[in-house]
Design a protein around this ligand. Structure first.
Ligand code: NAD
Length: 482
């Protein structure tokens, strides 16, 4: 059985405890590799290596860091096919999705921040000739980067890239549910002789290895669930560590009768079920204006029933497997509880048993629920699976109330051809990210993140570069000669 290794100071090493966790593929339920069950001791070694590496990397020139990040991006591209296959098998997502989105974004993250860092500006403030203030943005030290399982290498590199671009060194902790591509990534770093200790990767559980990363590193970038975010924030607060939190969502897709109907159906469907509904930005509460409610349901349900769930290797399958058996059970429990509260299933709702080699895999059909209230748990708790509800609304005021009646505030999509209405509502909806007539249209420069319980801080472009640096103001008094 293959043993995944930690990556510390440029070496692939076993966990000090010698203990491992089972890694099961959701595609077929097969236990196919072993994950280091790392402890604080392993994290200590990684932090020590990162601290040592910071001495040179933190004071290296932009050109040196640019060249290394670009080299890493090229090396990722060289291994892209291996990464695509591995990401799909480890996570359950369709290979076409890993090929189109996940893996290209990993190298793009490095290229984007390698170049963005070259243009990162400092500021100057002139005090009418009496003094000149200017700012410097030095790196902070060792950055702890903790990521979830839904976009495994994509989100891990989204944190590592800006952190090292501005001169920090990193201890990264991928999700214990999807560790495999982070392991392949360590091998890529090793293959190109990436400077030792600049990137370190520790595998293991969140409450042991993850907790130690939060306590031992100088700055924390965390993406994951809201409940975990609360624990991470409390730990980081003890030493006033800078902490960025990208957390859960319960995002509305808002459909007005004046929308471009066919295009809207297509986009809302994609927003509901991409990656088996396991994208933090997925629209799981669909609000439809009363006049087109029945027409929308007919068309949406018809299209949802046509979606194919199955072998992630097969190109025409729209959905692959749910990430784990435990998560699948969790999703089904949410649906069952909604039914007890009076919801009606018009599509899916159950585990799907595939045959042959995939009979042990964890699959579920796209699920659409009607007859729910916005205040029901199904509309208030993050399900993070292929499950949506459709609710009607009468007017803009009611719609704003429904959209904002949740503790989350990550993203929203509004579908209308009335430009003023779109702007009016975008200003009123409590979400960090709002799309008009689209979903998941991403520009890496924009401030990305959520309001309320969906997080603190923003990632992307200058937001990431500012987060991973300190701001130091230097005030120089200018003596007057006369
Ligand atoms: P999770 O919170 O269970 O785990 C995320 C990471 O945190 C994992 O690496 C885990 O090992 C680690 N962890 C767990 N406990 C920890 C602790 N006490 N200290 C330090 N680290 C700890 O989340 P998940 O189930 O892996 O991912 C799904 C969640 O992530 C969903 O809520 C989803 O909305 C969210 N998410 C948010 C974004 C965003 O950008 N806002 C993006 C993707 C996913």
């Amino acid at each position: 059985m293959e043993k995944i290794c930690n990556y510390i100071n440029g070496c692939l090493v076993a966990p000090k405890s010698g203990e491992y966790i089972k890694n099961i593929s959701p595609v077929d339920g097969v236990h196919y590799s072993l994950i280091p069950n790392s402890t604080e001791d392993d994290v200590d070694s990684a932090v020590e290596a990162a601290k040592k590496a910071f001495v040179n990397w933190g004071s290296s020139s932009k050109k040196v860091r640019f060249n290394w990040l670009m080299k890493l991006a090229d090396a990722i591209d060289d291994c892209s096919e291996e990464l695509i296959i591995a990401e799909s098998y480890d996570n359950g997502k369709p290979e076409w999705l890993a090929r189109k989105v996940d893996i290209p974004r990993c190298s793009e993250n490095f290229r984007f921040f390698a170049t963005a860092m070259l243009h990162h500006k400092t500021s100057a403030f002139d005090m009418d000739g009496e003094a000149l203030n200017y700012t410097l943005n030095p790196p902070i030290g060792v950055a702890g980067c903790i990521s979830p399982w839904n976009l495994p290498l994509y989100l891990l590199t989204w944190k590592i890239a800006p952190a090292i671009a501005v001169g920090n060194t990193v201890v990264a902790k991928p999700s214990e549910i999807t560790p495999y591509t982070a392991y392949l990534f360590s091998k890529i770093c090793q293959k190109i002789n990436f400077p030792k200790g600049v990137i370190n990767i520790i595998h293991g559980y969140g409450d042991t290895a993850g907790d130690a990363v939060v306590r031992k590193c100088d700055i924390i970038s965390f993406t994951g669930g809201t409940k975990t975010g609360r624990v991470v924030a409390a730990s980081a607060a003890k030493s006033f560590k800078k902490c960025s939190l990208e957390l859960g969502g319960k995002n509305p897709s808002i459909v007005f009768k004046d929308c471009d109907f066919e295009k809207t159906i297509k986009t809302v469907l994609r927003s509901a079920f991409t990656n088996q509904g396991q994208v933090c930005l997925c629209g799981s509460r669909i609000f439809v204006e009363k006049d087109i409610y029945d027409k929308f349901i007919r068309s949406f349900v018809e299209k949802a029933k046509e979606l194919k769930v199955g072998d992630p290797k097969i190109k025409h399958n729209d959905l692959g497997a749910i990430v784990s058996e435990a998560h699948l059970k969790n999703i089904i429990e949410h649906v069952d509880n909604a039914l007890k509260k009076g919801a009606k299933i018009v599509c899916g709702g159950k585990r799907l048993k595939l045959t042959g080699k995939l009979c042990g895999g964890f699959y579920m059909s796209p699920t659409v629920l009607l007859n729910t209230k916005n205040s029901d748990p199904i509309n208030q708790e993050e399900v993070f699976g292929p499950v949506v509800t459709i609710i009607s609304f009468n007017n803009e005021r009611e719609l704003v109330e429904l959209s904002n009646q949740t503790k989350y505030g990550l993203s929203a999509s509004i579908f209308t051809n009335d430009v003023s209405k779109a702007h009016r509502l975008a200003a009123k909806i409590d979400s960090g990210l709002i799309w008009i007539n689209s979903w998941l249209l991403r520009d890496l420069r924009i401030p990305f993140g959520g309001m309320k319980s969906s997080g603190i801080g923003r990632e992307g472009g200058n937001e990431s570069l500012n987060f991973f640096t300190e701001t130091k103001n230097i005030c120089v008094k200018i003596e007057n000669k006369d």
